[in-house]
Design a protein around this ligand. Structure first.
Ligand code: ZN
Length: 176
């Protein structure tokens, strides 16, 4: 005789399925996050290489103003990056999506250019060119509320690293 499932059996199956979903969901979220981060690391590295090639062609020096260093015009890089190579699909830091540039737009102000020159002369090839503040370590209340930021950055030597530190990554000193 063919026997139907009892209510208890159906409830057991639902309970097991729900438990499995609850266990695996955070794993999928973690995988999605880490693959998104890998994309950003690759993007930042590409940008570092492109800027490096541009600087070689412009015979830029290792220190000085952005123009003396052969850095590409700010508007050119920002339109390229914002159009194609920005941090995509993140809601982790809605106030600062995309990538951020550390070198000043040429001709904006003498003091920002002087500040940049000072930074470069001190940190040389480990000066950070572009950073991505959209990869906080966990969801939920933003870590910046406690002053901690976890940020990806590409340096002048094209190395990409993630740095977690107290303070505000928009100040160049944060990266030392
Ligand atoms: Zn990103």
């Amino acid at each position: 005789m063919k026997r139907a499932f009892s209510l208890v059996e159906v409830l057991c199956v639902i309970a097991v399925a729900t438990t499995l979903a609850a266990i695996t969901y955070p794993v999928f979220v973690q995988i999605r996050r880490s693959s998104h981060k890998s994309t950003c690391i690759a993007n930042l590295h590409q940008q570092g290489l492109a800027i490096g090639i541009y600087r070689i062609q412009c015979e830029g020096s290792d220190s000085g103003t952005p123009a003396q260093m052969g850095l590409p015009p700010y508007a050119l890089v920002s339109s390229l990056v914002e159009g194609h190579l920005r941090c995509q699909g993140t809601t982790e830091n809605a106030s600062a999506p995309g990538y951020h540039f550390t070198w000043p737009d040429p001709g904006t102000s003498d003091s920002t250019e002087k500040f940049w020159s000072k930074f470069v002369s001190r940190y040389g090839t480990s000066t950070v060119l572009i950073f991505d503040p959209n990869h906080q370590p966990s969801a939920g209340p933003r870590s910046e509320q406690w002053g901690m930021w976890s940020v990806l950055g590409v340096r002048l030597d094209t190395s990409v690293e993630q740095k977690t530190h107290r303070g505000y990554p928009h100040t160049l000193w944060w990266w030392q």
